[in-house]
Design a protein around this ligand. Structure first.
Ligand code: GLV
Length: 312
């Protein structure tokens, strides 16, 4: 029998209980704080922003599943044993949600929605002219499962897509690939619409700053659907204010929730969404978790496991 120790603060657990039990009626679902005795035998933890120290207090946990694509919330707890497998969410629902968000926001930037919304507030009836999609170079930062899904959603519209990633990717998907630090500047220089889809790691913190934002073409715009730590917000606002950048859509910011009096809220070139780009769906996630538990139990290779060397 599979035992799940579930933690998700501030939200009811019933939908998760139901989805997991529908996928496997024989499992035991323990909802925090009723995780029982730490020595109650093997279990799998399924968590989002668990209390620090909680995972370390249950030595029988065999693996930890993040309820989201990000695992920074688990790594922030330094008491989590280093040999405990940590698995990112990468279910179909999350990929679809992220692809929808990227498609929506790239189209909004391409068709200059921030300008139109600003005109609308002033009751200004004024045409804006946009280039054809084939002349818009979209740059996807991070080409894992989510980045690839987003690129596949954009492709039918004809965008000229580039992708930047750590490890080389097969050149077979009509995407121009850029690999590693040495290709970063060339990648930025060809990104009219830059889409951040990177995890929070030592290597990604502040990667978009006063120096690197300047390398984007004049008039470029930025979308961030990964982690807020990627962008130095002061540098971003400065680049928007001096006209180097035309717009930004941020689903994530360094400190969430964004404080009420933050100047980003009222910036006319900025659209803020409250970290909703891809919200994990219970049905697809339950299947993903249970399939992976089966792989672990069968001694098979599990994908999307944290590699501590690279931090995601
Ligand atoms: C959301 O931010 C996630 O990590 O899935």
């Amino acid at each position: 029998m599979t035992r799940i120790l579930f933690y998700l603060d501030g939200y009811p657990h019933d939908a998760w209980r139901q989805a997991l039990l529908t996928a496997d009626p024989s499992l035991e679902f323990r909802s925090y704080p009723d995780w029982g005795d730490p020595c109650d035998g093997p279990a799998y933890a399924v968590v989002w922003e668990a209390k620090k120290g909680l995972l370390a207090a249950y030595p029988n946990i065999k693996a930890v599943f993040s309820l989201g694509a990000g695992i920074d919330h688990i790594l922030n707890d330094t008491s989590v044993p280093h040999d405990l497998p940590i698995i990112r969410m990468s279910d179909d629902g999350l990929k679809e949600g992220m692809a929808e968000y990227v498609l929506m926001t790239v189209l909004m930037h391409h068709r200059q929605m921030p300008v139109i919304l600003d005109q609308m507030k002033k009751a200004e009836w004024k045409r804006v002219y946009s280039k054809p999609a084939s002349a818009m170079r979209v740059g996807i930062m991070g080409y894992g499962a989510l980045g690839q899904h987003a690129a596949a959603a954009l492709k039918p519209l004809g965008y000229d897509i580039g992708a930047w990633s750590n490890s080389p990717k097969a050149d077979e998907d009509a995407v121009t690939h850029f690999t590693g630090a040495e290709a970063f500047e060339r990648f930025l220089a060809r990104s009219d619409i830059l889409v951040g889809m990177l995890p929070d790691t030592e290597a990604t913190k502040g990667l978009l700053n006063a120096d690197t934002l300047t390398l984007l073409p004049k008039g470029a715009s930025v979308i961030n659907a990964g982690r807020g730590s990627l962008i130095d917000i002061d540098a971003l606002m400065e680049a928007l204010d001096r006209g180097h950048l035309s717009a930004a859509t941020l689903d994530v910011v360094p400190d969430e929730p964004l404080v009420k009096d933050h100047p980003l809220w009222s910036h006319k070139k900025v659209i803020i969404t409250p970290h909703i780009a891809a919200i994990t769906r219970t049905d697809t996630a339950a299947n993903y978790i249970l399939e992976n538990i089966k792989h672990i139990e069968d001694g098979q290779q599990v994908t999307n496991v944290l590699n501590r060397k690279i931090g995601y």
